[in-house]
Design a protein around this ligand. Structure first.
Ligand SMILES: [Mn+2]
Length: 226
């Protein structure tokens, strides 16, 4: 049976990405969906995009890709962070073309599943939530608004109050382990911070993980891995 394979945030970790793609033994009918943030922070964003093309990975828009694309389209270099500039210097015309074609989400009706980078505001229709929200939401603050975890450290993840359907597969919020809820699964296990790169096989509800070679960046929100 063909598989649907979701892959978490890669953030330029090309060696780990290639190891995971090899370990998956991808067959022609399999569908590989990366949940956004292929680029930035890690060592080789260009190689990651090249691997995505070689392995025919369908990716969706992450907040990092959205910022680079916005800065380019609106000619706003002031939007770029230092690590964005490192990435911009690496990107080829093919890389930009790949980024420009990323969808905001992927809906797979046959599995009643949606793939999105950050998540959704619960109790509202998911179909038309804006790109800047669905690529960046982490928690719901005390006023019921989408927020970053760093701005509302004690606020619950949006996934705690998302009951589905659809079932949502997302990345963006790095954690030492996946976060499973009845209506969702978060699969960003912080590879770039020295954690793991995670693949989730939808039909089997199984995981394949690759351990980071090292911590390429530091997170205040994650314990340093052993
Ligand atoms: Mn992100």
């Amino acid at each position: 049976m063909p598989r649907t394979i979701a892959i978490g945030d890669v953030h330029g970790c090309a060696e780990e990405f290639e190891e995971l793609l090899d370990a998956l033994n991808i067959l022609e009918d399999d569908r590989v969906i990366q949940v956004g943030d292929l680029i930035n922070r890690g060592p080789d964003s260009h190689r990651v995009l090249e691997l995505a093309r070689i392995y025919q990975v369908e990716a969706i828009l992450g907040n990092h890709e959205l910022r680079l694309l916005t800065a380019r389209e609106e000619n706003r270099p002031d939007l770029l962070k230092d690590y964005d500039k490192v990435t911009v210097d690496q990107l080829t015309a093919s890389d930009w073309k790949y980024l420009e074609n990323l969808p905001k989400l992927i809906h797979q009706p046959e599995n009643d599943t949606v793939f999105v980078h950050g998540g959704f505001i619960p109790n509202r229709p998911w179909q038309h939530q804006p790109a800047d929200i669905i690529t960046s939401i982490q928690v719901i603050d005390k006023n019921g608004r989408a927020a970053k975890r760093s701005d509302a450290p004690n606020a619950p993840p949006w996934a705690d109050t998302w009951i589905g359907s659809p079932f949502v597969i997302y990345g963006h919020t790095p954690r030492p382990n996946i976060l499973e809820r009845p209506g969702s699964i978060g699969i960003d296990t912080g590879c770039v911070y020295g954690g793991h790169l995670t693949a989730y096989i939808v039909e089997e509800k199984s995981l394949i993980q690759v351990r980071a070679r090292k911590a390429y960046a530091h997170s205040k929100r994650l314990p340093d891995p052993v």
